[in-house]
Design a binder for this molecule. Structure first.
Ligand code: SAM
Length: 254
């Protein structure tokens, strides 16, 4: 990565392509605007429904209670926010934040259709610069979102800033597969099946090629844990699911 006069890198990766850092957000925006309408169907097809199990586990094990206020960042079509509803109850509040208007609209319509109305707020925002005061949430979640953020360190720092003391940030993201024997199978699925499914069901092979590449460029389990520590989180840890296909990272604000 090149650097400019400040400490921010001048270029970054968009999948396997090196692009000007200022352009990544727009490119990621195009991916999600393109797939928003088919996003949920594609998730089921690509993961054979397993993403639902990961998300359920992620929310079920979150340290949250009735009446809590939660921020679900990169909330997209609302899977995590809908699951959080059962955890925080009628008296809780869930703010679904996402940078992409198309994903946010799809999410809001889907939630409304399912009767999830009271206690939800939708905010179009960039994870790197959150429009919320310090210490305003009991829990901050970001599922399959951090990978797409240009300045991940800034996003982690913002997640910590908006957490109340004692609150937890929780990242669910694709990670590094651990079993050597599984890697070729996983690579075949990622680079041969995913783009074809994308072409067939979302008329967009490129976005799913980006998905496969962006997973490979995302920091490993240990590297992300280190980034959370550097952002000031305390008691950072992670748990692999499905042999490291995804991992849940956790850190507290103390
Ligand atoms: N969390 C949802 C889920 O698990 O199904 C959606 C995940 S989707 C793969 C990634 C989401 O991240 C998209 O809705 C995209 O618009 C959002 N996103 C990407 N960059 C972002 C940023 N800088 N700030 C906030 N949201 C962002």
């Amino acid at each position: 990565m090149g650097t400019d006069q400040t400490t921010r890198p001048a270029t970054t990766h968009f999948g396997y392509r090196e692009v000007p850092a200022a352009e990544k957000q727009k490119l990621v925006g195009e991916v999600f605007s393109s797939v928003a309408g088919r996003y949920d169907l594609m998730n089921d097809l690509m993961s054979l429904g397993i993403h639902r199990v990961w998300k359920r586990y992620y929310v079920a094990t979150a340290p949250v209670k009735r009446g809590d206020r939660v921020l679900d960042l990169a909330g997209g079509t609302g899977d995590i926010a809908a699951l959080l509803r059962d955890r925080v109850g009628e008296t809780g509040e869930i703010v679904l934040g996402d940078i992409n208007g198309a994903m946010l609209r799809t999410g809001r319509d889907r939630m409304t259709d399912r009767g999830n109305v009271r206690g939800f707020e939708y905010v179009q925002c960039n994870a790197e610069a959150l429009p919320f005061p310090d210490a305003s949430f009991d829990l901050v979640t970001i599922a399959f979102g951090l990978r797409n953020v240009t300045d991940k360190d800034a996003a982690l720092a913002e997640m910590r800033r908006v957490l109340k003391v004692g609150g937890q940030a929780r990242v669910l993201e694709f990670s590094e597969v651990k079993a050597e024997w599984f890697k070729p199978v996983y690579d075949f699925h990622s680079f041969n099946i995913l783009p074809r499914l994308g072409k067939l069901f979302a008329n967009d092979a490129g976005s799913y090629q980006y998905l496969a590449e962006s997973i490979r460029k995302h920091p490993s389990q240990e590297a992300l844990k280190g980034m959370m520590e550097a952002a000031g989180f305390d008691r950072c840890s992670y748990r692999n699911l499905s042999g490291g296909i995804v991992a849940i990272h956790m850190g507290y604000r103390v």
